[in-house]
Design a protein around this ligand. Sequence first.
Ligand SMILES: C[S@@+](CC[C@H](N)C(=O)[O-])C[C@H]1O[C@@H](n2cnc3c(N)ncnc32)[C@H](O)[C@@H]1O
Length: 247
Amino acid sequence: MDAPVVLISLAGAGLVCAAAASVSFFYGVWTLGAVLALAAVYAGLSAASFAYTTRRGKFAVWRKLLEEQRLTGDERVLDIGCGRGIVLIEAARRLHRGRAVGVDSWRAQDQSGNSASVTRSNARVSGVEDRVDILTADMRQLPFADASFDLVLSSLAVHNVAEAEGRRQAVREGLRVLRPGGTLLFADFQYASEYAATLRGAGAHDAKTRNLGWRFWYGGPFFATYLVRATKPRASESSGMYTRHRQ
Ligand SMILES: C[S@@+](CC[C@H](N)C(=O)[O-])C[C@H]1O[C@@H](n2cnc3c(N)ncnc32)[C@H](O)[C@@H]1O
């Protein structure tokens, strides 16, 4: 479950509003009752949308995104902030000779029950453990050499870095470890245009964002998830801007 506190708050708000609406109707305070009933419906629908996205919707969207990459099966794929491994494992299923590498710092407030051992066990149950590596690392300082991966992915992870400069650092790290000509796909419900601007500033001239649709709403259309897609320029197209700059 992503951000469990948010889902509990939405569901709790729905229940409180529904109870208050019932009391208002009981005492004949019709206008207040109607407003509270509408608020209860809105909070309930938001909670349902959030729960659907985190349990089902994002899986479907990522499966489609990975299909669109037309992987040959021998790529090296990195999932930044892999959590319990939904994207990592979907990528690994398509890598018969390649490797899927997941990094995370395992913050429980961002996803319930996330840990390296849980993700490893999910990979084992899914039959892909032999092609998956799981590491503990901060996305702002990835423990990989430049150009180590063919495809760099991230799902709902970079927004968890509170400071804008930290998020920019994480995005630049994603581009640094990508090989020239490789693709970067970051999905997030916040800061997508910031990521795209950072990628352009780091030399990825084709960085684009798009709305991933209702399956990836974290509580309704106001909390839609956007995909940021970019390719790393080949040596002949770039000025070497994306090599690591330590802070
Ligand atoms: C909402 S979860 C998403 C997990 C997974 N990508 C998914 O879509 O199911 C966000 C993940 O980002 C991780 N995370 C947060 N800050 C991080 C950081 N600075 N470095 C690495 N991982 C981080 C959290 O531990 C959490 O597992």
